[in-house]
Design a protein around this ligand. Structure first.
Ligand code: KG4
Length: 340
């Protein structure tokens, strides 16, 4: 009999539900929350309330698009963390209630594991290429900047991570301070395509090992823009494409330096990226370029699997389910990966 898994994701500001049958994607519904735009960042309390409004219609829509009835589900996989506690509580509580009502097992998923396994979601009529184990995943989003070594679907190690801001946060905060809008990543990416990446230089951090830091480069950009605007109030407007291109190049350089180092140190040449920032055109181009130069096999996720989505939670949950893992009803969500 087929294993049909319903995945539920609610760790940040996207409410998502997906259905997979034996690893094949049947549906993946994502409701984004526009309510945060006015604030230039995710407001946790508003996110939880929006999840509450969205969760029932999103799950119903995922089941209906999949052509699957509730009674056909084998198990429910949900994101336990890390993420915003209030948001996670909505998905976790919903999953538990639905699991009890249908008398089917629950499987809990680490959000990061979902991102690193996103490439394993199989789609009908697609090539479905995915990396072989062990592989390295550069996981970059609004909350994460990590290099993860993935040994098997259920075994992964974090080799390096940010000691301060996540790279997506650097995109978002700088965009907000420069008055370019939210979320910052896509805006900066778009403007960067029309600019000169070599025109301006921003400070790069010197962090030992495979860890990252993005707060210095963020401050370097903000002081630079502030000082130039004091001399010429139109500086930003006249140069925004070059500023964005140079800033994006700096972030991509920082990410790639450590990814190259990790690949050399581990000898691993199977390389993938994940998380919202993996949609960045500059990063994608650099991963492919380094890959060609260094003989890596590179795997870039489809755009729909870069940001938070329940398909990746369903596939990670599927592996946990196959391994016999079941989640008790008293499990609580966790905000930090260290508590998982
Ligand atoms: O994975 P994700 O949806 O959730 C969070 O962890 O928040 O990632 C969202 C992040 C935001 O910081 C957003 O600015 C960034 O991904 N992002 C991008 C691009 N598209 C989204 N950053 C750079 N370039 C992009 N094209």
């Amino acid at each position: 009999m087929a294993d049909i898994i319903l995945g539920i994701e609610s760790s940040c500001d996207d409410t998502s539900a997906a259905v997979i049958r034996d690893g094949f994607l049947l549906s993946n519904v994502i409701a984004s929350q526009d309510v945060h735009k006015a604030f230039g960042g995710v407001v946790p309390e508003l996110a939880s309330r929006a999840h509450e409004l969205n969760i029932v219609p999103v799950v119903s829509e995922a089941l209906s698009r999949a052509g699957v009835s509730r009674d056909e589900l084998t198990a429910i996989a949900f994101t336990r963390g890390p993420g915003l506690l209030g948001s996670l509580l909505v998905g976790t509580s919903f999953a538990k209630a639905m699991g009890v009502a249908l008398d089917i097992p629950l499987v809990m998923v680490n959000h990061l594991q979902g991102h690193v396994l996103a490439g394993f979601v199989k789609q009908p009529d697609k090539e479905n290429r995915h990396p072989s184990f062990p592989y390295l995943c550069l996981l970059v989003s609004g909350g994460n900047s990590q290099i993860v070594k993935v040994n098997s679907p259920l075994d992964f190690e974090i080799l390096g991570q940010t000691i301060d801001d996540a790279v997506g946060e650097a995109f978002d905060k700088c965009s907000k301070m420069m008055g370019l809008g939210y979320p910052g990543g896509p805006v900066i990416d778009r403007l960067a395509k029309q600019g000169d990446p070599l025109r301006f230089k921003f400070t790069k951090p010197h962090i030992p090992g495979l860890d990252y830091s993005f707060s210095g480069v963020k401050t370097s950009l903000l002081y630079f823009v502030r000082d130039e605007m004091a001399k010429d109030p139109d500086f930003m407007e006249k140069n925004k494409e070059d500023i964005c291109a140079s800033f994006q190049k700096t972030l991509v350089d920082i990410l790639m330096d450590k990814l190259v180092k990790a690949a050399k140190e581990t000898g691993i040449k199977e390389i993938t990226i994940g998380g919202g920032v993996s949609a960045n055109s500059g990063l994608r181009a650099r991963v492919e370029e380094e890959g060609r130069k260094r003989g890596w096999n590179t795997y870039l996720p489809e755009f729909k699997f870069t940001t938070d989505n329940a398909a990746m939670i369903a596939i990670a949950g599927y592996y946990h389910y196959l391994a016999g893992e079941r989640c008790p009803l008293d499990v609580a969500p966790v905000s930090r990966i260290a508590d998982f």
